[in-house]
Design a protein around this ligand. Structure first.
Ligand code: GTP
Ligand code: SPV
Ligand code: MN
Length: 613
């Protein structure tokens, strides 16, 4: 295809290794054209996508997109990590030999982009100039224009990111082929989709979806799976599904940084965008660094653990986002932001969007409104309770649109980490917060994170399961070495971060209401944690960590009953003793778990045995 060489010349793409990669896959996929993309092309690509009916106007420079009804979430079963080394097989990484997966994906992708344009999307997953830069460079090839529009919002995109590299061959090779999605919606005999990271070759091959992490390959596939593997292989860093925030105390004139993992759709974005409760708003501010991925490394300059966000945007859950729960998120997708809404309800006449929880009731006048599948609401039978939007519907916007973005969010090194938290949707047992001061016990706590799965993955919504460090769907190497890597990286830091387990989702067993009001109030337990680290509060010791006393938690203006408060600040020892047996079985699955983790498990178990009920 002579046209490829013209596209290289036209765009200034000179890197010979990238050129070779593009030629190779253009040949396999049979794409009709090649186009090299930079962020500056966004306006033109938006116009083209609008004209082609791939996206729709959602008012004042915002857009609406819809994916296929069976293509609305990540598929854990179809997601595979492949390498040439069987020792890379863990419990959760779905390991398969690359000698099996690569030919399979090549067959799937053969001729599958015929007639389409192959977009070449060079990108950077890190702030410019980062010490982890070498691991951050990638090129995604995709045959979907909406995927390009999402990539431009979620990653730093441009030809400049692959030119002048120290090692021009060192970039992640990511190939996304949409496949015959309309046919895949009905009646294909078997699932054709495969989402494969060939981790030891730094190659990502995704076939059969145009949704989210299945298709935007810089984000989850590179930023998490590949990065975690690279961090392990190099021994240099951790790649985690973590949010990263700063909490500024304006009275004391200082800022703490906290990162941490909650499973998908369990509150990372909301925490990172937190507006402090009114009673605390004069004194404290929360700054957004990241909401889904953090890379953690030890900075030799001061010996401390640092965290950085490799992403450039937010792909946030729409459900329940409103003026009360998250005004910051609404502002980040406001007029002029270029935001894209996916799989929410849409009114083409008024160019409005709506999702469950946006307002207490859906729009009263249903005229013109279409549900997330594009079907008119007016055609629904009387009394239909079908949601208007998909529960995993999302908004996409760039970091610069986030009102509480940290002024130094592009700091190449990231920021020093004071605290690491784990949490998830746990309806009982887990208190509001329990602090852990020992590294091995903190890592143990992460490894035994138990939570309800959410609609962000197909077919598992509501199941209670262990989700180590919230990385279960993103693990790319075995759990034993993973725990050892944690002990090694964090253990090398000169100042140890404090750990904590948090839970905003404890429920009343009778009527199911959330005991803790959550959202903006979540700042309070985090402030307590930082005070505990500083030694200005002491908390009270329990077998599973240090809990705040009621007096230590600043509760001015919090809407919670005394009984609910007591529940979220206490430990059910019997329930915890039972949990330890499940944990034992969970950990026994993992080969090569460091002895320090087993020792932590035994310490907690022994403390529970000798505790008063
Ligand atoms: P991913 O992007 O899938 O990794 O999700 P996430 O962890 O960033 O989750 P997000 O913050 O988008 O929240 C997911 C859902 O949980 C949304 O519907 C939120 O409204 C809801 N949620 C977040 N924080 C709280 C909270 O403190 N309490 C309650 N009850 N719900 C919350
Ligand atoms: C998640 O599911 O945890 C996400 C969304 O962050 S996706 O990019 O689709 O994986
Ligand atoms: Mn996520």
């Amino acid at each position: 295809m002579a046209d490829i060489e013209t596209a290289f010349e036209h765009s200034g793409l000179g890197n010979p290794h990238v050129r070779e990669f593009v030629r190779h896959w253009a040949g396999i996929t049979g794409a009709a054209r090649v186009e090299v993309v930079s962020a500056a092309d966004d306006g033109r690509l938006i116009e083209e996508a609008l004209a082609a009916g791939e996206i729709f106007p959602a008012g004042e420079g915002r857009y609406y997109s819809r994916s296929y009804p069976k293509d609305t979430a990540r598929s854990e079963e179809r997601t595979i990590v492949a390498t040439s080394n069987p020792a890379d097989k863990g419990v959760y990484d779905n390991w398969r030999p690359s000698s099996e997966m690569k030919p399979l994906l090549e067959r799937q992708m053969s001729g599958a982009s015929a007639g389409k344009t192959m977009y070449v999307v060079p990108y950077l997953m890190a702030p410019p100039g980062s010490p982890l830069h070498a691991y951050a460079v990638g090129v995604e090839l995709t045959d979907s224009r909406p995927v390009v529009l999402h990539m431009i919002r979620m990653a730093r995109v441009g030809v400049e990111h692959v030119e002048g590299l120290e090692d021009p061959s060192m970039f992640v090779r990511a190939v996304h082929v949409t496949g015959d999605l309309p046919a895949m919606q009905h009646g294909t005999p078997d699932d054709q989709r495969y989402f494969v990271t060939v981790a030891d070759e730094r190659t990502i091959l995704h076939y059969g979806s145009s949704y989210g992490g299945n298709a935007l390959l810089g984000k989850i596939a590179h930023g998490l799976r590949q990065a975690a593997y690279d961090g392990y292989a190099s021994g240099k860093f951790l790649g985690e599904q973590f949010m990263l925030i700063g909490i500024e105390d304006r009275v004391a004139g200082r800022t703490w940084h906290i990162c941490g993992g909650f499973p998908s759709a369990s509150g990372k974005t909301n925490l990172a965008m937190m507006l402090p409760p009114d009673a605390l708003g004069d004194r404290y501010r929360v700054f957004f660094y990241g909401d889904d991925i953090a890379w953690l490394w030890v900075n030799p300059d001061d010996g401390r653990l640092y965290g950085l966000n490799p992403e450039f945007g937010v792909f946030g859950v729409a459900k329940d986002t409103n003026e009360k729960t998250n005004p910051t998120a609404l502002e980040s997708v406001g007029p002029g932001t270029g935001a894209i809404f996916t799989n929410v309800a849409y009114n083409p006449d008024t160019q409005e969007v709506w999702w469950e929880g946006r307002t207490p009731e859906p729009p009263a006048d249903v005229a013109g409104w279409l549900d997330w599948k594009g079907e008119p609401i007016a055609d629904r039978p009387e009394g239909s309770t079908e949601p208007w939007s998909h529960p995993n519907s999302r908004f996409t916007t760039t970091l610069a649109n986030v009102p509480n973005i940290a002024p130094d969010y592009e700091s190449p090194a990231g920021v020093p980490i004071d605290g690491i938290i784990f949490g998830g949707r746990t309806r009982d047992r887990e208190p509001l917060i329990r602090a852990i001061t020992d590294l091995a016990e903190g890592v143990y706590d992460g490894l035994t994170l138990g939570a309800e799965a959410t609609f962000a993955a197909e077919g598992v919504d509501g199941q209670l399961r262990y989700d180590p460090m919230s990385m279960r769907p993103f693990m790319s190497y075995p759990e034993g070495p993973y725990a050892a890597q944690w002990l090694s990286i964090v253990g090398a830091a000169s100042e140890q971060p404090i750990f904590a387990h948090v839970n905003w989702f404890q429920r009343d067993p009778e009527d199911g209401h959330f005991l803790w009001p959550g959202y903006r109030e979540n700042l309070r337990p985090l402030l307590w944690l930082m005070r505990l680290k500083d030694g200005t509060v002491t908390g009270r010791s329990t077998p599973v960590g240090i809990l705040p006393t009621e007096e230590e938690l600043d509760l001015e203006g919090v809407d919670i009953t005394p009984a609910d408060l007591e529940t979220v600040l206490s430990i059910d020892v019997e329930r915890w003793r039972q949990e330890m047996g499940f944990r034992q079985a969970h950990l026994e699955q993992f080969d090569g778990l460091p002895e320090a983790i087993w020792a932590a498990h035994r310490r907690v178990a022994a403390a529970l045995e000798s505790a008063d009920v």
